[in-house]
Design a protein around this ligand. Structure first.
Ligand SMILES: *Cc1c(COP(=O)(O)O)cnc(C)c1O
Length: 226
């Protein structure tokens, strides 16, 4: 069995563990075009990227009609390119970034589906908005005509034992429910993106309906850059 075949059978296996109604995003950072192609052949319909340039390079090599999500920190000077590449930006975490996306979308005549990234672990070195500042950001985004706010995303702290991630998923879920009840214009709390290779089952138990999985689909990355 070559490497691509083993990726395909691995992905088929993992997909069987994802309940209906939960969207699997293949987190494809550092993967080769052939690996991403194999994933798509195995049934992956959404690919997530952390970097605009990498997404651009890989997208050229994949003809299939699939969706592309930005799941890494987005720099403002990359927004113009990003809105041409991605079907959803999962990582809006500031007014400045949101306004730049809105502005570039207006120039291109586009509407961009977005999620807000929540720094649920309140880690100072992490991206994402703190849970207590999220509502203010959401209220602001609800006034931006070219953004469609569709939910929340979180990474949560990384632990050896995934059970320790559960409280951070809960915090994000609570916020999600609270915002949904506010019924703000331009805001539709539809997606809750949380959980990675080691924690996705717990995230689903806590209400995730998007999971972002890399290592379990493609194997270990050569060097961790995140
Ligand atoms: C890499 C990455 C993932 C997937 O992580 P794995 O542990 O490889 O499954 C999910 N979300 C984001 C934002 C990532 O950067």
């Amino acid at each position: 069995m070559n490497n691509f075949d083993s990726i395909k059978s691995q992905i088929t296996e993992i997909m069987q563990t994802i309940p209906e109604g939960v969207l699997l995003v293949a987190a494809a950072k550092t993967r080769l075009p052939g690996e991403v192609k194999a994933a798509v052949e195995a049934g992956i319909r959404v690919v997530g990227y952390n970097y605009v340039q990498e997404a651009e390079r890989i997208k050229q090599a994949i003809d299939d009609k699939i969706q592309w999500h930005m799941i890494g920190h987005l720099q403002r000077n990359k927004v113009k390119k990003a809105i041409g590449l991605f079907d959803m930006i999962e990582t809006i975490d500031s007014v400045r970034l949101a306004e730049e996306v809105d502005k570039q979308c207006a120039l291109e005549g586009k509407t961009m589906p977005v999620l807000i990234e929540i720094n649920s672990g309140k880690e100072s070195n992490k991206t994402g908005v703190l849970p207590e500042h999220a509502e203010k950001l959401i209220r602001h985004i609800s006034t931006l005509p070219n953004l469609r706010l569709l939910g929340l995303m979180t990474m949560g702290p990384r632990f050896g034992n995934p059970e320790e991630a559960r409280p951070y998923f809960r915090i994000t879920r609570k916020l999600f429910d609270r915002v949904r009840e506010m019924n703000m214009p331009g805001v539709e709390m539809r997606y809750l993106s949380m959980g990675m290779s080691n924690s996705y089952k717990i995230a689903i138990e806590e209400g995730a309906n998007i999971v972002r999985i890399g290592t379990l689909l493609f194997g270990e990355r050569a060097a961790r850059e995140d």
